[in-house]
Design a protein around this ligand. Structure first.
Ligand SMILES: Nc1ncnc2c1ncn2[C@@H]1O[C@H](COP(=O)(O)OP(=O)(O)OP(=O)(O)O)[C@@H](O)[C@H]1O
Ligand SMILES: C[C@@](O)(CCO)CC(=O)[O-]
Length: 547
């Protein structure tokens, strides 16, 4: 299929911002909207290719929906983003004869994570302690009108932009009774036949790009298609999935898991299998929904990584901090929320040495094969470190600003890092920062450095200057944030009242937001500082709804 070249913008949606009714729609209404779309059999009329001056790049014509539909969403004019090369569509233009309401655009967001203790060991059944961070991915879902039969993956940060014709996808394989999975199933491994069915469609992506980039794009495409075909149906609506992220890619901060959580949540919302989040939601209901998102996010992670433990997607989906262990891959992991996770004075430093998690995980796998006993002993030692840290913070008198407590915690950092070095997943650049432990898969990526409470401002400043001069990148992030959240519809109120309406998230602005700050400013769940931006709602693990 085409790669969307020559197309300037994706479904640039410009609408009135004053319709309060639209903004007050609940998620269940969103889901009904999707359902009503599903049940409308839009009549499509073929027209001569020269018949309209408002044709899109692919020659398709999309007339605005009727204004008699329930809200202003129906007035949306969506510029076709993609150029379906479906023979029928490329030869003829499609014109909608009857209007059908389109679901409003919505957005989902999921955080990255920091593994405080236990990376790699967690892949082999040991415990890990991890916390969500304030860096996040944002996925904008724009539904196109019935006249479109395409689905577009627009991963702007990595330059991936591809459109598939929905009808050409291998639905017959995925929906075959022997293969079909339900949205609530526990899927713990990829089905090789399904992977094979997706392969030619993923292989059509970015064929003109250099090898390394093409590989990443095709991996993302395979991940998306596997989820889309598992959760969607041949009647799925044409849509554009546009992603931006503030999480550095391949740096150990769970960028891939947060993307996977976003895709899983968006697709489950579209098929009406999630109802929430809302302020009165019982924690048990939220828990079930988080788990549903998490399970499919794990499937997405398997597409990218091969052998993930599931800790990254678990933290990204549920947020806050957890102790995680997966002893048996055919069963769900044990996840213990760490409600008393301390506000550790951490510095998060990126070596800017990017690497692949899959490669680092495979390194440890090989070491375990060649030196099983020694490797197992090291993994066990990491498990003990994690459990000691967990015991420490569970104790009532642990103080994150107490010298002695931090000294002890810091010692555990040092031991854990030493063991990771022995496992062969460090990098010379990671060894240049003192009091530091690598976080995530290692091989470069990020490190966490514990700042001693009595550290002077001058020492901190000197450290920062040293880091900058050696081309390290320093992040400000808060540990223990929210998990997956939804902004429905994709309208930001920015302090204005319901009557005044809000500002629709403009697809182009979102695509073109510059850097982390630009994305945060435009759509970030925290508009400024720690203040939550209006509109974003989060599923909450047991522990209650926080404002
Ligand atoms: N902003 C993004 N846009 C699109 N795809 C992304 C983005 N961020 C991450 N990805 C996907 O995730 C992959 C990186 O995953 P990888 O596991 O190597 O790194 P990570 O998740 O950041 O690190 P770790 O697993 O150690 O926490 C990318 O190759 C891409 O497929
Ligand atoms: C290296 C690893 O332990 C953490 C990556 O963030 C891999 C995993 O748990 O899947």
């Amino acid at each position: 299929m085409n790669n969307g070249k020559g197309r300037k913008k994706h479904g640039s949606v410009k609408r009135s911002h004053s319709n309060t009714k639209r903004q007050q729609l609940t998620l269940s209404e969103l889901q009904s909207r999707f359902e009503s779309q599903n049940s409308i059999s839009g009549e499509i009329e073929s027209t001569d290719s020269s018949s309209s001056s408002s044709s899109g790049a692919d020659g398709t014509v999309l007339t605005p929906s009727s204004t008699s539909t329930p809200d202003s969403v129906s007035n949306a004019q969506i510029t076709p983003t993609s150029t379906a090369t479906n023979a029928n569509m490329s030869r003829t233009q499609m014109k909608r004869k009857q209007s059908s309401p389109m679901a409003p655009a919505f957005m989902v967001s999921a955080p990255g994570k920091v593994i405080v203790f236990g990376e790699h060991a967690v892949v082999h059944g040991k415990a890990a302690m991890a916390a969500a961070i304030s860096l996040r991915s944002y996925l904008l879902v724009t539904t196109l009108s019935k006249s479109h039969r395409t689905v577009t993956l627009n991963f702007r940060d990595i330059g991936l932009d591809h459109t598939w014709d929905i009808d050409s996808l291998p639905w017959n394989v995925f929906k075959h009774p022997s293969k079909k999975k339900m949205y609530y199933d526990l899927v713990t491994e990829l089905d090789p036949d399904l992977v094979e069915a997706v392969q030619p469609h993923a292989a059509a992506v970015s064929t003109d790009k250099p090898d390394d980039i093409r590989k990443i794009h095709q991996g993302s495409a395979a991940q998306f298609l596997y989820l889309f075909l598992s959760l969607g149906s041949p009647e799925s609506h044409a849509a554009i999935y546009t992603l931006r992220s503030t999480i550095p890619i391949s740096a150990g901060l769970g960028s891939s898991a947060s993307v996977s959580v976003c895709l899983s949540a968006a697709l489950l919302l579209q098929i009406r299998t999630l109802a929430g989040p809302h302020p009165d939601q019982p924690p048990e209901e939220a828990e079930v929904q988080i788990e549903r998102i998490n399970r499919w996010a794990f499937v997405g992670e398997m597409c990218i990584h091969g052998n993930p433990s599931g800790v990254d997607n678990t933290v990204s989906a549920g947020g806050k901090a957890v102790l995680f262990r997966r002893s048996d891959y055919s069963k769900p992991p044990t996840v213990t929320p760490l409600n008393k996770f301390p506000e550790l004075p951490l510095l998060l430093v990126n070596t800017r040495q990017s690497r692949s998690t899959a490669v680092e995980v495979a390194k440890v796998g090989r070491l375990r094969e060649t030196h099983p006993e020694v490797t197992e002993a090291m993994l066990d030692a990491i498990d003990k470190v994690t459990m000691s840290a967990s015991e420490m913070i569970k104790e009532n008198d642990f103080e994150a600003d107490d010298d002695e407590d931090l000294e002890q915690f810091g010692a555990l950092f040092r031991i854990n890092h030493g063991l990771l070095v022995s496992l062969g997943v460090s990098h010379p650049r990671l060894e240049r920062i003192r009091w530091t432990k690598l976080t995530g898969a290692g091989g470069g990526g990020c490190a966490i450095t514990l700042i001693k409470p009595n550290t002077s401002q001058q020492t901190l400043q000197d450290l920062e200057e040293k880091l900058t001069s050696e081309n390290f990148e320093k992040f400000e992030t808060t540990l223990g944030g929210d998990g997956v959240g939804v902004l429905y519809p994709a309208v930001l109120r920015n302090g204005v009242t319901d009557e005044e309406g809000g500002e629709e998230i403009d697809q182009q602005k979102f695509e073109n937001a510059v850097g982390m700050e630009g994305i945060e400013r435009l759509v970030g769940v925290h508009a400024s500082g720690n203040e939550r931006r209006e509109g974003w709602k989060f599923w909450k693990r047991a522990g209650g709804w926080t404002k």
